[in-house]
Design a protein around this ligand. Structure first.
Ligand code: F6R
Length: 607
């Protein structure tokens, strides 16, 4: 949610700020802005809409200076508009902010009474005006900045500048990500390290409540109590190619096609091929004291949890509770210290998931996180971190992160089942072999996308689409519906097939496509009888099955996609690919903004 950048250089900073903003655009893209300092004056440009609009608006020499800050916004307080765009400025102070200030109304009230006037509806302008108020009291920039952050409640990452100081950036992090990056002759501030790749050689990830004064020659970092602290500098290993679209038109399609490779990264970290065993959480020797596993995430990550529930209950024979983080964090929950709580998050920064983790901390036996960003807040606050190794996911809709989350959850299932002695050697090898087969199966499916394009063409003119699945394919129906909604803006619902007759069947007519996931498994016959119910009501069925299921289909009255024969265990992973491709091509034919769908942002760091 919102991307922020700051640069200190010997050269003009505006062109580089714009480049970094483009890379941060996945975090929000409803307005953007830049400010620089030149000759003790703040220069500022802001525009509604994407970074392209800002680029078009800036003329040569509009924003000179060797120090500057930039922002790309995902609206929380106030509509997307130029007035609400960051940076916000008051007097000598200019700043950018990511997060939500919960007490901004009280602070604004206080400033209004003092005669301050506001030009935006944002909470950010309140922070800037508050800082300016302290400056007006005659204190130093540093003290004003400190007094300001002291007054703030909520989550924020801030980067501020003052017009009489073109040497220092003032930053602060609480509940929102912020890094300091080091190039050859420049220092950078960014919402993430990925957006700074190719510019930096090393990076410092700030801790919660850190604040810092950053200049080209010196980085002064302080903790909340004002003690000077050292934070470890890490070498950046990311390569710039990873975050370009390569030969693909969209990041989403590139990331879909990366799955065979990155799935292998996820599993090879955990599978000991020689011994045919899972090498993870080796500290966990027994599960006797554990009577429940709690799995929490948001959106697609939550659906990964929902799949894992089926796996864990079946193979580990343990009770599993799943919840979306925004509910879990406020629900009255009963903990017994005999639970493992697992938090799944691609970004590792999702505000609700982080709050849910903090709620469980100290009340459950251990906290495990499954994340893509191993330096993230969620990872840092967990007892054990299981990385999914999907590489940067830039497309706003999650694709490869989902399948890699499932890869790690599948390994975890095998590991826990083994700890409990519930898997024979034969079954253990069978499960591991099926995971090893996945990259090949995904490549196979991806090599023939024509049939998914044909399916997508049938959806383009629909206003509603229903996805059906049973058992472990039910969460896939939910995930497929989410993907279609966000990419094509077509209303879609995922339903358990058996639940159809309890209400949604009333919606069935020839205008509403019903996409049914029907792999051959123990529920195949039941799923097909649900399909018959839809057909009997003139429903418009599109079916996805495998070779075995295809041979058993009772009629050929509807379009079918036939996937390769695969083991039951990996069916939910494989069926993610059709869900992604159908959503992608439907969006493509509708002409939507696939990588940056309206109203969304990649990393939801606000509640
Ligand atoms: C959907 C999607 C979102 C995220 C959700 C959680 O395609 O990407 O639903 O899955 O916002 O994000 P993370 O995994 O970063 O916690």
């Amino acid at each position: 949610m919102c991307g922020i950048v700051g640069i200190l250089s010997n050269n003009e900073v505006t062109p580089t700020i714009l480049k970094v903003l483009k890379k941060l655009e996945y975090r929000g893209y409803d307005s953007a802005g830049i400010a620089t300092i030149f000759n003790n004056k703040i220069k500022r440009q802001r525009a509604k809409g994407k970074i392209e609009n800002l680029i078009k608006q800036i003329h040569r020499n509009d924003l000179p200076g060797n120090i500057g800050i930039g922002h790309t916004r995902w609206a929380t307080h106030g509509v997307p508009s130029k007035d609400n765009a960051h940076p916000h400025q008051k007097g000598s102070v200019v700043g950018v902010h990511n997060g939500i200030i919960e007490n901004f109304r009280e602070l604004k009230e206080e400033l209004l009474i003092k005669g301050y006037q506001f030009s935006s509806e944002t909470d950010t302008e309140v922070i800037v005006q508050l800082c300016s108020y302290y400056i007006d009291q005659g204190i130093s920039n540093k003290d004003a900045f400190l007094k300001t952050i002291d007054r703030l409640e909520g989550a924020f990452a801030l980067c501020f500048m003052f017009d009489d100081d073109d040497k220092n950036l003032f930053i602060s992090k609480r509940g929102a990500p912020l890094v300091i990056g080091f190039g050859k002759n420049e220092v950078y501030i960014g919402s993430d390290a990925v957006s700074l790749t190719s510019l930096i050689e090393s990076v410092i990830f700030l801790d919660e409540n850190d604040w810092a004064i950053v200049s080209k020659n010196e980085i002064l970092i302080f903790d909340q109590k004002g003690n000077k602290v050292q934070r470890q500098k890490k070498i950046v290993e990311l390569n710039n190619d990873i975050i370009s679209k390569g030969n693909y038109h969209h990041f989403m399609l590139k990331e879909i096609h990366e799955q065979p490779e990155v799935f292998g990264y996820a599993t090879s970290g955990f599978i000991d091929y020689k011994l045919q065993k899972i090498n993870m959480l080796n500290e966990v020797k027994e599960l006797h004291g554990i009577n429940k596993i709690i799995l929490v995430g948001c959106g697609t990550a939550y659906y990964a949890c929902a799949v894992a529930k089926y796996w864990l209950e079946k193979f580990v024979k343990i009770s599993v509770e799943i919840d979306v983080a925004s509910e879990f964090r406020y629900r009255e929950t009963y903990f017994t210290k005999k639970e493992y709580a697992i938090f799944v998050s691609q970004s590792g920064e999702t505000a609700d998931t982080l709050a849910a983790l903090r709620k469980a901390k100290g009340k459950v036996k251990k906290i495990i996180s499954i994340v893509n960003v191993t330096e993230s807040s969620i990872a840092r606050e967990s007892d054990f971190v299981l990385p999914i190794k999907a590489g940067p996911e830039i497309g706003v809709a999650s694709t490869k992160a989902f399948t890699n989350q499932l890869a790690v959850l599948a390994c975890l299932t095998i590991k826990f089942a083994n700890i409990k002695g519930l898997l024979s050697d034969k079954k253990n090898s069978e499960l591991i072999d099926s995971l090893i087969s996945i990259p090949g199966v995904i490549s196979d499916i991806l090599s023939n996308s024509k049939k998914f394009q044909d399916f997508a063409k049938k959806l383009v003119l629909s206003s509603n689409v229903l996805f059906l699945g049973r058992g472990i394919l039910y969460p896939l129906a939910l995930e497929a519906a989410l993907k279609l909604k966000e990419i094509s803006y077509i209303h879609a619902e995922g339903y358990p097939s058996g639940e159809l007759k309890h209400g949604p069947i009333a919606l069935i007519d020839s205008n509403m496509p019903v996409i049914c996931f029907a792999p051959y498994n123990e529920l195949f016959e039941k799923t097909i009888s649900n399909v018959e119910e839809v057909l009997a009501r003139n429903g418009n069925i599109l079916l996805i099955t495998d070779e075995e299921g295809f041979d058993l289909l009772p009629t050929n009255q509807f379009p079918v996609i036939k996937l390769p024969k695969i083991s039951n265990f990996i069916q939910p992973i494989i069926y993610a690919i059709p869900s992604q491709l159908i959503a992608y091509y439907t969006g493509l034919y509708k002409g939507t903004d696939i990588d940056q769908p309206r109203n969304l942002a990649k990393s939801v760091t606000v509640e």
